[in-house]
Structure formats: C-alpha cells, structure tokens
Write a protein of this length. Structure first.
Length: 301
C-alpha cells in the first residue's frame, strides 16, 4: 500500500492524523464510538481492523444515528475513565481545519481539503470524510496488517455515500480512487465488465440490453464500446433521481477487488437496501456487518 497521508489531498491533515495515531498506540485501551449507520460501519471497521492487526485493546460503541435522535438534542459522549476515546462523527457538517481544536478525546469529522486535478492542475475544493480518514489512520497503526490491507479498497466509499456527487464531480472521490487504482488495491472497470452488478442501481437502465452488452463486450473495440454504453445510458439521463456525475461513475468507474464478481458500489447499494429502521435492530445489524467485514473482506452479510 502507498501511504495515503502522503497523497496531496491529505497535505493539511496528515500531521494531525499522525498525532492521533501516536495517542492511540500509547493508550491502555481505545474506546471506539461511531453512529449506527453504514458510513459509521465503514469508518469503525477500518479502526477495528488496525487494532486487531496491531494487538491494541479496544471496545466498540455504536450510538444512535441522527435520524434516531431529536433534532435539537446534542450528541454527548463522555470521556472514558481510562484509556482513550475515539469519536467518529461522520454525520457532522464539514469543518475547516483551523476550527479543529485539540481535545481530550480524538474526534474524526469531515474536514475541508484541496486537490489538484486535470491537465491544468487546477485546485479543487472538497472534503475528507471520516471513512477515508479512518483508512489512513488504520494504515498508520498497522501498515502491514492483513485486515487493514484487505479492507483498503473500501476507502472511498464514505465519499461515495456523501451528497457531493449528487451535485457535481467530487474531486476528492476522484483523487482517492486514482490512488487506490495506482497502488493496485482496486481495478476500475466499466459497467459491462462487472459480472454481477446489483440490479436497479441505475433508474431507467435496460437490464436485458446490459446483459447483451456484457456478453459482447470482449469482442468490441474502444469506439464500439463508447457508442454502445452511451446508447445504454441515454434513457437514464432523463431520470431525476440520479445525478449525471454519479451516473458517469456507475457506468465507467466501477471498482472491483481482484476477480470478485460484485463491485464495491453494488455492495454499498445492497447494504443500504437491507438497512433496518429501528435503532436496536440497526445497532445489531451494524455490529454483525462489521464482524463479517473483518472476517471476510466483504460488506454483504
């Protein structure tokens, strides 16, 4: 794995995360807190993987996600009597780095970041969500850990779940995926190259035409593939429930791990469909998902 913290988009935040890593290594026990949401599961899973790989003692705590708490009720998590508290606050608004203060407990919050992209190397603004921060922190804690390496391909899925892609191309999401592809953690392929994509992810997509295109794909040249995929996507462009940037990602940039049949976006979509409504069920489901992910490297139960 290449060091995520040396990637340009982590330039402003890397020293803070390295300091967090040092504090966690020195703690007698680490108390991990995350919301009982899919994004919370993803961030928490990375940190648990690092603790298991490196042999750090920890406890898992899932608190109610925002839709289970009154809107005017602030989240209050007390500092532990011993050890170090690590709070994954993935539902917070994006913070500016200058507004982050040193506190008794470690707080991971979405943080504003910049990245250079394109032929002209223009600077684009975005945010580092809690999942990508947890992935980078896990690599600091256990750089050669088996579980950390196994879960590495999922690093950009918190960015995928955020709303930035519903309005425009998310530059941080693009940069993270490029990093994962270049280090070999994922293969980025087009939709017809995925053997078992989750159905109904793209409203308006003709499943039979996709199956036909999947069978013919290997015998087509670049121009034929571009034309065929454009024709496949044409009816989807009038659907109001899917933004153009997200549609482009689903058509051209599916992430696969090795020879897996199901891509990562399909795993997330399937997980979202099965997410329980009640808090007690949600918390139990989230715990089972983390346990399964740690054991198998697959999100789906």
């Amino acid at each position: 794995m290449r060091d995520l913290l040396e990637a340009p988009f982590f330039e402003a935040l890397k020293e803070r995360l390295r300091a967090y890593s040092t504090r966690m290594k020195e703690a007698s026990i680490i108390h991990l807190h995350a919301p009982s949401s899919l994004e919370g599961v993803l961030a928490l899973g990375f940190l648990e993987a690092a603790c298991l790989d490196a042999g750090y003692k920890y406890q898992r705590r899932l608190y109610p996600s925002s839709h289970h708490r009154p809107r005017d009720e602030p989240l209050a998590i007390e500092s532990p009597a011993s050890g170090l508290g690590v709070l994954i606050l993935s539902e917070e608004d994006t913070w500016d780095l200058d507004d982050l203060k040193e506190e008794e407990q470690i707080r991971l919050v979405p943080t504003a970041a910049k990245v250079q992209l394109g032929a002209q190397n223009r600077i684009h603004n975005g945010a580092l969500d809690c999942v990508i921060q947890a992935s980078a922190l896990a690599a600091c804690l256990a750089p050669n850990g088996r579980r950390v390496r196994q879960m590495r391909p999922f690093s950009s899925l918190g960015l995928w779940l955020r709303g930035a892609l519903d309005m425009a191309i998310d530059p941080i999401h693009t940069a993270v995926n490029m990093h994962l592809k270049e280090e070999g953690s994922v293969r980025v392929v087009s939709l017809p190259e995925v053997n078992k994509p989750e159905p109904k992810m793209i409203p308006g997509l003709a499943d039979r035409r996709l199956e036909k295109l999947h069978r013919a794909w290997s015998g087509m040249d670049v121009d034929e593939r571009t034309q065929a995929l454009s024709e496949l996507a044409l009816p989807c462009l009038v659907e109001p429930t899917l933004s153009t940037p997200r549609l482009e990602e689903l058509l051209w940039n599916r992430m696969l791990v090795g020879d897996e049949d199901v891509d990562l976006a399909s795993q997330v979509f399937a997980a979202q469909k099965k997410w329980p409504e009640e808090f007690d069920e949600e918390r139990l489901h989230a715990s089972k998902m983390i346990d399964n992910w740690l054991q198998t490297g697959n999100l789906l139960l």
